[in-house]
Design a protein around this ligand. Structure first.
Ligand SMILES: Nc1ccn([C@H]2C[C@H](O)[C@@H](COP(=O)(O)O)O2)c(=O)n1
Ligand SMILES: [Zn+2]
Length: 159
């Protein structure tokens, strides 16, 4: 008889998004994203980080201060990186698994790429204008979103 405690698709892909957070250098919020085709093939992954050539030892990770001295003007969001990292040509009907609800800017890219569904883990910035605007655009454009339902399974990776 086959084993039954295998990872279901949502667990598998959110697990990959979660693992991707381990690549982020952001000291306060690490985000991971995994884009998956309609037929459950992984298209791309990403995490939040500085753009190519912008050293993550030199660019700021601070949250507070002037625009030029904090991370927000520089860092690429996980979902945006996952979209940019895709080397194929067609994302129509894809799903994006992300550990944090997308902001308005990533949402624009998600919509324009034809991604059909967002599965998110955390929505800690739900009350911000960025996320309120994101949901307004998603509702208008018919992109679905739902929160991942954790199953409480612990996976230990020994590296
Ligand atoms: N959907 C999101 C939202 C945020 N990020 C990134 C941008 C920053 O690196 C970090 C948020 O930092 P905080 O303000 O919590 O210190 O997360 C993202 O990749 N995707
Ligand atoms: Zn974003």
């Amino acid at each position: 008889m086959k084993k039954t405690d295998y990872l279901k698709w949502d667990e598998y892909f959110m697990g990959i998004a979660l693992l991707s957070t381990e690549r982020s250098k952001d000291p306060s919020t690490s985000v991971g994203a995994c884009i998956v085709s309609e037929d459950n093939k992984i298209l791309s992954v990403g995490y939040n980080g500085m753009p190519l050539g912008c050293s993550d030892d030199e660019f700021p990770w601070e949250r507070e201060g002037s625009n030029l001295d904090t991370k927000y003007f520089y860092v690429c969001h996980a979902e945006f990186n996952a979209i940019l990292n895709y080397t194929g040509t067609n994302m129509k009907g894809a799903k994006v698994y992300t550990t944090l609800f997308p902001c308005n800017e990533c949402t624009k890219a998600i919509i324009q790429k034809g991604i059909a569904e967002i599965i998110y883990m955390c929505d800690k910035y739900a009350s911000t204008d960025a996320v309120i605007a994101a949901k307004r655009m998603l509702d208008a454009s018919g992109v679905k979103y739902r929160q991942y339902q954790p199953i409480g399974k612990d996976i230990t990776l020994s590296l």
